[in-house]
Design a protein around this ligand. Structure first.
Ligand SMILES: O=C(O)CCC(=O)C(=O)O
Length: 338
């Protein structure tokens, strides 16, 4: 008889052939206005597709991020908020979703309510939240970095809680590539949309411009007195005098950023929850890499152990790559390697 573990694994792996979320077509909207003698070969981080203006491309190339104002409608944000609340109340349980609570909230205090949920991750099977990843206004920009075949690799709705005084609502400075066993990094981009006004008071995103040009740095859990949230690894050796930029954003504003860009977010000093929705995309022609012997081994170990626990699969049956290709979902074009 087939063991429980292998049945589970078969279910997990059967998701890998999942169909696409429907075809989207990107239309150029920005006036590119390149001088006639301008050569775009000098660009490394953006593609030639006439969506970004020359100024926008130059900004991303130099800084590793680009904010597009007022990109997602209030109506969509309201729908995402309502679906998040339904998930928190456990009225819907999309397969694969991870519900996280802030480390300051004891397990025994957990109630199915949005005030104890700091984040939902991996909502790719929730059709309502996954609509975010397929919004034409978002995908249009994503394509400038990934090319036309686009995979959604990682999804999150972050509900940064009011800080309890322990400073656990902070997200340490990190590079998202630390978590990813696929390359090339230049074909990966994050879209992060503010679901309400965000500034330093409620812990807006903070970025260190230009760091996407540097290497992937070693990460570890920071030694914070009040504790640190699960998987919130941080960079150990960043230079204190690096220029940090706090991204003050309005509801619907969206920042696109490179996976090597050093970023994080501060303490939420308000009494409200600071919400944002995000997706990491990768060009479908990216490929998986082995992270054995690299600084990413520590996150590989943590993720695989968590997946074993979550899916009830015997140790060693699931690899780091399997976890990623399980959660990956096609957004546009053709699923190639991922
Ligand atoms: O929204 C935030 O507070 C930071 C999110 C972030 O950087 C991440 O989850 O990688």
């Amino acid at each position: 008889m087939e063991s429980r573990a292998s049945v589970r694994l078969r279910v997990v792996l059967s998701h890998l052939g999942r169909p696409s979320a429907g075809l989207l077509v990107a239309h150029p909207t920005a006036e590119t206005a390149y001088p006639a003698n301008f050569h775009t070969q000098q660009f490394q981080y953006t593609l030639d597709n006439n969506v970004l203006s020359l100024e926008q491309r130059k900004f991303y190339e130099d800084n590793g991020f680009l904010v597009i104002k007022n990109l997602v409608s209030d109506a969509d944000i309201e729908r995402f908020r309502m679906e998040f609340e339904r998930i928190c109340r456990e009225e819907v349980k999309p397969p694969g979703i991870m519900i996280m609570r802030d480390v300051s909230i004891a397990k025994s205090e957990f109630v199915p309510d949005e005030t104890v949920v700091s984040k939902v991750q991996d909502f790719q099977e929730d059709e309502e939240l996954f609509r975010y990843c397929t919004l034409p206004e978002i995908v249009k920009y994503v394509e400038c970095f990934t090319g036309p075949n686009i995979m959604a690799m990682h999804t999150m709705l972050i509900n940064k809680p009011p800080d309890t005084g322990k400073k656990t609502s902070r997200h340490p400075l990190h590079q998202d590539l630390h978590y990813f066993p696929f390359r090339p990094s230049d074909s990966i981009v994050c879209a992060w949309t503010a679901m309400e006004h965000t500034d330093r008071n409620n812990g807006c995103l903070v970025v260190i411009p230009g760091t996407h040009k540097g290497p992937l740095k070693p990460h570890a859990y920071p030694q914070w007195e009040g504790g640190v949230n699960l998987m919130y690894h941080g960079i150990q050796d960043y230079e204190e005098d690096n220029k940090r930029v706090h991204l003050v954003m309005e509801k619907g504003d969206t920042v696109f950023f490179h996976p090597l860009l050093i970023h994080g977010s501060g303490e939420n000093k308000t009494q409200g929850f600071r919400k944002a929705i995000s997706c990491h995309y990768a060009g479908a022609n990216c490929h998986y890499i082995s992270v054995k012997g690299t600084s990413q081994e520590i996150i590989e170990k943590e993720v695989v152990e968590l997946a074993d626990k979550l899916y009830g699969i015997e140790k060693g049956a699931v690899q780091f790559q399997d976890v990623w290709s399980f959660r990956a979902r096609l957004v546009k074009g053709e699923r190639i390697n991922l």
